[in-house]
Design a protein around this ligand. Structure first.
Ligand code: PBG
Length: 329
């Protein structure tokens, strides 16, 4: 036997038993942290699997309502809604985006009627409505800023009228948070909040999502409005502007490759920080899981826990249902 080394600290003491490990756990993922992004499309009785996002579906409204009943029963508090818009309804001005009887508006109304307690977030950006797949109005190959903000304001107002709890501008146009806040307040929607996609990077991780909504850009990329993946200080610049303009919650997107940004934002602000575990992050884990190359369930929990540990209060994740099930006692 070796004589005990004279160590004052033995960190392993606190890892010795399950009870000790639980008592000193610093970060706990719970179902209250999860927001479930869902895809809706026109039609009846439709449930289509998205090829690059196994076990994620586009639903027609009738089946979506059933799905959301399950979601609520699992204890998930909120969803983020994304529409698949028919090609014939797309135009450069994104007119369909603020149609009071549009797909999103009808869907929000129906959800709020059927499941009023479920928190509904709507996406505010033109890409699903634009034949170009860009988040704003296109002119001579450029994405117009202020003209786009005018449309985003109309879109956000129509979502508020439909019953959205939070509107979530994901477009990265300058000044849109302030413009939307002023318009909501002027119309009496003082309690509709804004989840700002503040630090949204021009990322290749959005690929599967763009398949889901047939919304990939038809020319160029999104680098003139989404952030350079190499930048960190610039995230704080965007975050500071969105706080000044009236954002209630701040999002960093994607999440996994941007944990440093989540931490930096967490240290900068007292507002809730939201991480978007995006479609490409989902697809990578699913693909490796299907191959049997990783323990999928454990990797999911580890990945989402890393986002909370980095400082996220909330996580938008396509894994929400699976995780809610795993976390059930
Ligand atoms: C649209 C939008 C995108 C995502 C959410 N809202 C795609 C994009 O900006 O091109 C991506 C979500 C994901 O990949 O899961 N403005």
């Amino acid at each position: 036997m070796v004589a005990p080394h004279p160590l004052i600290h033995r960190p392993r003491r606190l890892r010795r038993t399950e009870a000790l490990r639980r008592l000193v756990k610093e970060t706990e993922l719970t179902v209250n942290d999860l927001i479930y992004p869902v895809f809706v499309m026109e039609g009846d009785n439709i449930k289509q699997e998205i090829p690059s996002m196994p076990q994620c579906y586009r639903y027609s409204l009738d089946l979506l309502l059933k799905e959301l009943q399950d979601v609520v029963n699992l204890g998930i508090q909120g969803i983020a809604l994304f529409p698949l818009i028919a090609d014939e309804k797309k135009d450069n001005q994104g007119t369909e985006s603020y149609n009071p009887n549009g797909l999103v508006q009808r869907t929000v109304k129906a959800i709020k009627q059927a499941i009023p307690q479920l928190m509904v977030i709507t996406d505010v950006a033109l890409d699903p409505y634009s034949p170009y797949g860009h988040d704003g109005i296109v002119e001579n190959g450029q994405i117009l800023n202020d003209e786009t903000v005018e449309v985003l304001v109309k879109m956000a107002l129509s979502h508020a009228e439909a019953g959205a709890d939070l509107v979530a501008p994901s477009d990265m146009m300058d000044g849109r948070i302030g413009a939307i806040r002023r318009a909501l307040d002027a119309e009496g929607w003082i309690n509709v909040g804004i989840l700002a996609y503040s630090a949204k990077y021009a990322s290749a991780y959005y690929g599967p999502f763009r398949d889901a909504l047939a919304s990939a850009p038809k020319f160029g990329d999104k680098q003139t409005y989404q952030m350079d993946i190499a930048n960190s200080r610039e995230a704080i610049k965007e975050i500071a502007l969105d706080i000044k303009e009236g954002a209630d919650l701040l999002m960093i997107k994607p999440a996994l490759a941007y944990l440093d940004i989540i931490r930096r934002v967490r240290d900068y602000t007292h507002l809730p920080v939201v991480a978007y575990n995006v479609s490409g992050e989902y697809a990578m884990i699913k693909a490796a899981g299907q191959q049997g190359w990783i323990d999928e369930k454990k990797v999911i929990l580890e990945t989402l826990t890393s986002m909370k540990r980095a400082g996220a209060d909330l996580i938008l994740t396509y894994f929400a249902k699976e995780v809610a099930l795993m976390l059930q006692p």
